[in-house]
Design a protein around this ligand. Sequence first.
Ligand SMILES: Cc1cc2nc3c(=O)[nH]c(=O)nc-3n(C[C@H](O)[C@H](O)[C@H](O)COP(=O)(O)O)c2cc1C
Length: 406
Amino acid sequence: MNWNFFLLLVSFLVVTPLSGASAHLCNGYSKKAGQVQVPPRPKIVILSGTDRAGSNTLKVAKIAQNELEALGGDVTVIDLSQLPKNTFTGGYGNPPPGFSRFQAPISAAQALVVLTPEYNGSLPGALKYFIDLLNPKSFSEKPVTVIGLADGWQGATRATDELRLVLQHLHANVYGYTTNLPQIGKMLESGNGFGRMFSQLAGFKTGVDQSFTTSLQPTVLSTQKALEVAKRSQKLYTIEYNSGLHVSGLLTTFTANDSKSSVDYLRFTGPTQLAVNGVELSGQGVAQHSQGFGAPVGELQSIGNQTPSKSLDDFSDEELGRFGIRINEAVPIQFKSGVKVSGKVISVTRSAQNKVVLVSFADCTVTNGSGTVLFDPNWGTYDMAVGTTIINVQPGAAHAKLYLGL
Ligand SMILES: Cc1cc2nc3c(=O)[nH]c(=O)nc-3n(C[C@H](O)[C@H](O)[C@H](O)COP(=O)(O)O)c2cc1C
């Protein structure tokens, strides 16, 4: 093995400062070793402002929902076409039975996004009527943002102007920026042109988080309990290793060594993203990990036949080579948990902080302490996450835009 060749192949990553959802990973609340902070997921309601069957507004509402969930929101879409049939009977102050299914999430929401189409130069009567039926305190002091859409060239500027006035009358904190989406039919067909709306939603979510964290502190939990919260939610979470590696996806299982209360293997199902400092690692997005991702956590027992005295993420290039982690060479790595990774090294990825965050293998088999196969060589490249502990469990994706393919 040519040593210079090895050094050349080690990939060094240039990463930018914390952005998006990751900016809240370090927020100054105290925690002890073995604990992580789990920031709350703000409850956000998206009100889709028409009851028209086949509504484009509802389609845009679902796009916005994906975006806000990737940013860490707990998002509910309200579809006015689902209102009880007897809603429009003039029952102001005395809404019909079944209306509470709509009122309750709005009352519980910490923030709202209201989407309106333009109907005859204004907002739809159904949306105004719905707002008039709600408890008048529904929007009071809450952050609210407005998005408009229409087939015309101007988007729904008149509808959004009027809607903002109505919401301000109800004492909502109406967010300054409003996107109006023109030619909505064509936009939805092409899937392009939503950039301004995504910027608006990202800015809004950041504002919501800031106002929100003053009232609700993150919960400090043991790592296992935090992972349990992520797993039970069945929602997108980002798990951060002490090496700085962020893994974003749906955490479906994790195994833990109860005697040491340490976690030793994480399994994500479906699209998974690997990132450092909020920036997706090259070649480590949801396209590469579309089916899921399995990742060990913990201290190493041995690399080849040597016992390391420090964490792999802290290894220098010289130490990697000395321990046999060399490009195109096979090396078995044994974790103290019993997890064993054995394959041919194809690359080593470092963060800008020079930490080893990934070692990628070809022809790789991963087994746990009882010999169960966790990764089979036929499944392709095994990108081994590097890190001994989990230091954060955070709602949303580390690099939300790329996670959503925007
Ligand atoms: C009753 C009605 C009135 C409309 N008025 C306007 C209008 O004033 N300006 C405009 O650009 N589009 C207008 N449109 C077209 C809508 O902008 C377009 O159908 C859009 O998809 C409406 O949202 P929806 O699909 O959620 O109903 C109107 C559509 C309907 C059904």
